[in-house]
Design a binder for this molecule. Structure first.
Ligand SMILES: [Zn+2]
Length: 483
């Protein structure tokens, strides 16, 4: 009986929202002004996004893209420190003083080989060029737009504290945030936000995979491949035995583990026994600990391969990232703002464009996913990719958003994302993200209890793990591992 009564009360509580529809929560005038403020700068934001989209600069080469963002921040009164943590394209832009200090991150690097025009079929803009297949042209701009919006409120005295934008390079290859974390650039923050372009809109409350990247080099002895092969020791034999070992290992790792490799060098010509080979290896798992064990085993395989091929070998750590420490308290605040903003609406032309993308990529032609997803359960094993946001999330609570900038089911890291990211579907998602991020930043500035809750959850989830970044030495800006 009691149960029925509770259900009845619950039903009554839920009814006005679900049955009688879109009953919007009330928001403060300040929050309303934040939305208008983002709208008022949308032309400028779109212009910058399109510029960065057309620069299509890859990891550590994002000179023009970083400058577009840093210059804009400067023009808006931010103090900008460029070239931080040993990376010419990393920068931090600050405005205001005192606490709280709320940060927001922005990426801007493109992916090699994905150049694409703004048309719904594969059509490179520059043959063989790079493209924003992860939407980072929008990522940096929307975040900076939010930082500038918050700055205006600090300037007018409506809120107190410091807002900081982090221009974080090379996410796609070297994970630039790692060096910024090592430099302590996030240490004094109370909370940090970020978002990621996506094909759906939601508070992002799933973790990511920890990973480690390392290079294995084999060194042999060159000789004529036919004339005197007995004088040769093949570095490529070492490499092949190594990958064979890895592929046997696959059967004996947990389903959450991923191992990938990219053969960078395997000899230069067929009639020479190769004396040098090189392979980039990546190991991932849901948690750092699980990844560590497989990493060690893969390194043993390299040693075994070198013994079998009678060659020398060398292992060099490139970098590694941690899994994300989720923050549901911040996620819930963000969720409310998404629900207030409601769905993005699209024109018939945009829906037709999305369907064109789906047709070209063999997906069901259903257009855009407009719904605001309810907040998900945080899964033990989320799957998906990895990000250096993970490392930031071990030193400061990070609140995250996914916002729709591409057709539903779009293959990620593909030409299809580049296409949407350079036209109005991407623009709309970017402006939407900027609004949701500004609103949530405002919450963190205004609502002390919320900020305390965010921090409390951060401490609880971290537990007693002592964070240590998986890098040694300076960032590889010299391109030594590029090819
Ligand atoms: Zn990305």
């Amino acid at each position: 009986m009691k149960k029925i009564l509770i259900l009845l009360i619950l039903g009554l509580l839920i009814t006005p929202i679900t049955v009688f529809g879109q009953k919007k929560a009330k928001i403060s005038n300040t929050k309303k002004s934040v939305i208008t403020s983002v709208e008022s700068k949308s032309d400028k934001l779109i212009e910058m996004s399109d510029q960065i989209w057309s620069f299509e600069e890859t990891a550590f080469h994002e000179t023009k893209s970083a400058a577009v963002l840093a210059d804009y921040a400067e023009s808006q009164g931010f103090t900008v420190e460029r070239g931080v943590a040993g990376m010419p394209t990393a920068f931090v832009a600050s405005y205001g003083s005192g606490k709280p200090i709320i940060g927001i991150m922005g990426e801007f690097d493109a992916l090699p080989g994905l150049s694409q025009n703004t048309v719904p079929e594969k059509s490179p803009l520059n043959e063989g060029g790079a493209g924003h297949g992860c939407g980072h042209n929008m990522y940096g701009v929307a975040s900076l737009g939010a930082a500038v919006t918050i700055k205006e409120l600090i300037e007018s005295g409506e809120i107190q504290g410091t807002v900081r934008f982090y221009g974080t390079p090379a996410e796609e290859k070297y994970f630039g945030k790692l060096w910024m974390v090592r430099e302590g650039l996030f240490d004094d923050l109370d909370a940090c936000l970020d978002w990621h372009p996506s094909a759906e809109t939601k508070a992002a409350v799933q973790s990511s995979l920890a990973l480690v990247d390392f290079i294995v080099e084999f060194y042999g002895q060159a000789a004529h491949a036919s004339g005197d092969p007995w004088n040769g020791r093949s570095a490529s034999d070492g490499l092949e035995l190594y990958t064979t070992g890895i592929n046997y290992l696959r059967e004996h790792v947990k389903p959450t583990v991923r191992i990938h490799y990219h053969i960078q060098r395997g000899g230069d010509v067929v009639n020479v026994v190769p004396d040098y080979s090189r392979i980039w290896t990546r190991v991932r798992d849901t948690r750092r600990e699980g990844m560590d064990a497989v990493w060690k085993q893969v390194e043993r395989i390299a040693e075994g391969a070198s013994l079998m091929a009678n060659v020398d070998y060398k292992i060099s750590l490139v970098s590694g990232v941690h899994e994300i420490v989720v923050n549901r308290t911040g996620g819930a605040a963000l969720q409310k703002n998404l629900e207030y903003l409601g769905e993005i609406t699209y024109t018939d032309e945009e829906i037709a464009f999305a369907k064109g993308i789906q047709k070209a990529t063999g997906k069901e032609e259903i257009g855009m996913d407009t719904k605001i997803n309810p907040m998900e359960e945080t899964l033990e094993h989320p799957g998906g990719g990895s990000t250096d946001v993970g490392d930031v999330s071990w030193v400061v609570p990070v609140v995250r958003l996914s916002a729709t900038v591409a057709a539903k089911d779009t293959p990620w890291h593909s030409w299809a994302v580049v296409a949407c990211g350079g036209m109005s579907i991407g623009h709309k998602g970017m402006i939407y993200a900027s609004k949701a991020l500004s609103m949530t930043m405002l919450d963190l500035f205004e609502d002390e209890k919320l900020l305390e809750g965010v921090k409390k959850e951060f401490i609880e989830r971290k537990g007693d793990y002592i964070y240590k970044g998986m890098i040694d030495g300076p960032p590889p800006i010299d391109g030594r591992w590029d090819h």
